[in-house]
Design a protein around this ligand. Sequence first.
Ligand SMILES: Cc1ncc(COP(=O)(O)O)c(C=O)c1O
Length: 447
Amino acid sequence: MVDELRNKVIEAVRDYYSQCCREDKEFTYIPASGKLIGIEELEAMVQASLDMWLTAGRFNNQFENEFAQYLNIKYALSTNSGSSANLLALSTLTSHKLGERRLKKGDEVITVAAGFPTTINPIIQNGLIPVFVDCKIGTYNINADKIEEAVSEKTKAIFLAHTLGNSFDLDKIKSICKKHNLWLIEDSCDALGGEYKGQKLGTIGDIGTYSFYPAHHITMGEGGAVVTNDKKLYDIIKSFRDWGRDCSCPPGCDGICGKRFSQQSGNLPFGYDHKYTYSHIGYNLKITDWQAALGCAQIKKLPEFIKKRTQNAEYLMNKLSDLKEFLILPEIQEGAKPSWFGFLISTKQDGLKQQLVEFLEKNGVGTRQLFAGNILRQPMIVNNEISLRIGNSKIINSANLTEEHYKMLPNTEFIMNNTFWVGVFPALSYKELDKTSELIHQFFKKL
Ligand SMILES: Cc1ncc(COP(=O)(O)O)c(C=O)c1O
């Protein structure tokens, strides 16, 4: 009876979809990114509604399992955004459960300034000191040759994004981490499905993070994930995600851990309910089962999505290759198989990017910056008194940053001034990419 009624609802949903939702989109404005969802996603969300479970439930279990399987990693935990995933990843490294390797206030984390704010914010939010190293033009990732000179006695971790799907130099960075006993967090929010020497990005360092915001490779509306192969880190991530609690029993389930009334923690009385024992200053960053259901439908399409993104990027690369006199095109990191989030372009001549971006936008092609550009110039940094270092500098108060400091990151400055990106997401066909390419050609012909 229940199944029959469910089937009726789903039939009606399919009917609605076929009559009311157009899949073959004609773009009047070509966006730089966007979601690609169909009847499977709508059906999954309706199924989750009919369950009326609301919080993370069967779809979340399915998603976490399938995601871990896809990445070939032991543990995956869903979370409500990529920013939350980053916050969880870094907060995890501050846990007392890590003993000597725990990150303490004033410890340093190496990162870059050309990126997304919420790769850096968790460093600041946890009372740690971000240390900024310059990038390479072409890959737009950290210049790994400059990392060691920035390492100090206080340096405990490296936290970097794989820029727009193209891996950073993992061999070199892993070996620096090993030599200096540093943690490595791979922000893979823009790089789902990308690989380095046959391994999926996000699974090579200690912790990997992902975003499922609609612009990303798959979407949950809002959503993210944190992954690791380390059981201890997994337990800590889960604790920080789930209010800081010590117990790993899922919501609604009691006594699975077998320790409910049988231990003494903190200064609590012996046998105090483990369900209400908190070992970390945690958050609640969990997802709902609607989000998870959407994720379950999307992950099935991920290989196809990545194939299309790869084809689109290769197509644009070919189409623009005759403009190398004017443009720097993306450079693939040796050993990497990118899963492109967007297609990065730099103008060789200073002062042209703004004009080109405005020309493209005016003619219906969406453009994006490499996020914060040089984040050290952002109001969030200059209007707050943040302790930071640049390369091997002493500690600088961000309110005192000057042009001399910015000159210490010349390629980051170049990226802010000369670099932007256009879309390659799977909803775009060669027709849209032809328009993007033709407009760029037109722009340089008129110079
Ligand atoms: C590299 C990187 N990290 C983190 C995030 C944050 O993800 P979310 O928007 O899901 O919070 C983004 C967002 O696009 C990103 O590009």
